[in-house]
Design a protein around this ligand. Sequence first.
Ligand SMILES: [Fe+2]
Ligand SMILES: [Fe+2]
Length: 273
Amino acid sequence: MRLKVLVENTSVSPEYKAKHGICFYIETGAHKMLFDLGPNELFLRNAEKMGVDIAAVDTVVISHGHNDHGGALPLFLEKNHTAKVYVQERAFDKHYTKVLGFYANVGIDATLKHHPQVVLTKDRAVMDDGLVLFSGVEAKELCSVSNRALYTKRGGRIFPDDFSHEQNLVITEGDKRILIAGCSHAGIINIKREAEHIIDGKLTHVIGGLHLYNPVTKKQESDVLVQAIAGRLTGDDTSYYTCHCTGQKAFGILKEGLSDRMCYLATGAVLEL
Ligand SMILES: [Fe+2]
Ligand SMILES: [Fe+2]
């Protein structure tokens, strides 16, 4: 599998602009995919620089209903008229972050819910051999406190977000079993456990944001929480490639605990697994 980072909060060099969000281009033996699209047109500009043909993409996964992951969906659909776009059915609900007592919209364009290229997913979706999507992870332990600033609207009422709109991808290829997550709002420990239950085996790699940083308040999760997560992740042989909402300080703590098994993925990076 080859992965190119088209959008992430930081960049490998000034050649690539960075932006708060995620867009990964992923090539497997059978597919050309995008996991998330980022918030704006940046993925198109960086795709051109990195030799990625957006019109040739056959599969898109939107990890959850937040703008920094699916905001660019209208732009993608202008450039690509054939790919299937897998979105959890609740991702098109309204989503907010609470700032100074006000609810600010952080959702994605709900008018695209019934676009012919959009495939609405529920708890589990098998996209193809070796490509499984799952959602509905119970946020049992070691979750980000900054999740509490996030809300959703259902039936005309605003509720604390339960992240039922968040889906994650497992790619199985050869001897690799790779989990790809967007923000890990449900907590990486819980998401990883569910992924390993689904594949009935251990993951070799985990890629994605770990939501240990609140981009609005610029506050990092407590060192105690991050250290507890690091402690749990040291208990196996999985390799981690993180980015985005993990935050630089939390990354430093995780890197201390996991050493070579924890790497950072910035815009412009290419990963071969
Ligand atoms: Fe995010
Ligand atoms: Fe998010």
